[in-house]
Ligand binder design. Sequence first.
Ligand code: UGA
Length: 442
Amino acid sequence: MLGITVIGAGYVGLVTSVGLAQRGHTVTVVEVSERRLEPMRQGVVPIHEAGLQEGFTAAVDAGRLMVAREAPASADLLFLCVGTPINDRGHADLAALTGALRDLRPQIDTGAAIIIRSTMPLGTTDRVVREDGLPESRTFTNPEFLRQGSALGDFLAPSRVVVGTGRSPDSELLERLRTIFEPFAAPIHVVGYADAEAIKNASNAFLALKLSFANEIAALCECYGADADTVLQAVGADPRIGPLFLRPSFGFGGSCLPKELQTVAMAGLERGLEMHVTVAAAEANLAHQDRFAARLERRLAANTGTRVALLGLAFKAGTDDTRTSPALRVVRRLLAAGYEVSAFDPAVRQVAVSEAPGLRVSESAAAAVAGADLVAITTEWPEFRDLDWAALLRSMRKPIVVDGRRLLDPAAMRAVGADYERIGSAPPPLAGPESAPGPIGR
Ligand code: UGA
């Protein structure tokens, strides 16, 4: 078996480490942040991801997974899984990647293969190889297609594996990579660096386009009294379109899809190419979130309500990640408009004050909802369906429920007394004027 070192114990690195250990490899995962490292030393994974804790414990117990602050002196394969966040100018910030490569110089010099799994915007791999003096024949990219919440499952059963190479890759190392990926029983695409970057960037951007379009059609359905699920399910039945990624919401988020729209748009711009569709998808996504916030404000204003409860802060169910969460954008808008906002999320215990100053994060759905004038469903956690809605509604000042994820059953909600509406279906007529003044007299 090959000696594998994985740099970075974030979502990608930790899942890669546990997944490779589950495939029988011996892996050392290297993390510089004490905040992440310390719990792992105690046997606890620092992120919420299905099956990861169990996989981590089993791999550590079997002696196949080690946690370290620094990379071991030798390794056959170095997987780089550090963040490449988008900076204010829409460029990837490669500081963590180049810093890690600098620290790994001794291992690189002993002949290890360098496999970059961090997301690389178009044109960046070539530049990193050149500027950081990496051996091109031994430097590969291997973009990941993991969804948070089902990342380990996606790692173990990928739809495809992409390996990006330089002009003349070391054939022995390439063969080693094949040995690692062949048991995954997925097609392996060995392509150039730019191809690999484009595959990753375009895959995410396409998913984002699909979502923005689905959300736009859902909004249109609302206006004409059509039902978004009925429509989109039938649309997705065409195999050319496909049924997945058509579940409408009030906007999508996360650290990947919104960022990828930005990187694709920027990649085009840098070559003088206007990326009309990509840019529109990003703008539409923000507009959908703001439209939802405005909808909540209208309902509150019409009922002279001042308190809102949100169920869900994570950008999607199954994760504790709130990065670019549509829920937080809505929270900020409501807070800015002067409403009192409380929220509950089964996986999110706190939100940085800077992200949403004034937001009260509650310990339970009951605590968040009690006394509210309106509750909004903002993350599609299945457990929200099983809440004691009759009791929750009784604890509210007004039993208004606005479902931004089409999660709850309208008939069941109305049966327990909810004044229920959801995105993608025509809202019931408002009782009061559409634009009555809000709590601070806007
Ligand atoms: C995304 C891609 O799906 C992965 O393939 C990719 O590897 C990953 O980014 C990455 O680049 O690392 P992720 O951000 O974890 O994965 O989440 P998604 O499952 O794509 O969901 C993104 C957003 O779309 C969430 O807010 C989710 O709630 C929303 N969504 C998703 C919908 O509103 N409707 C859907 O039908 C699907």
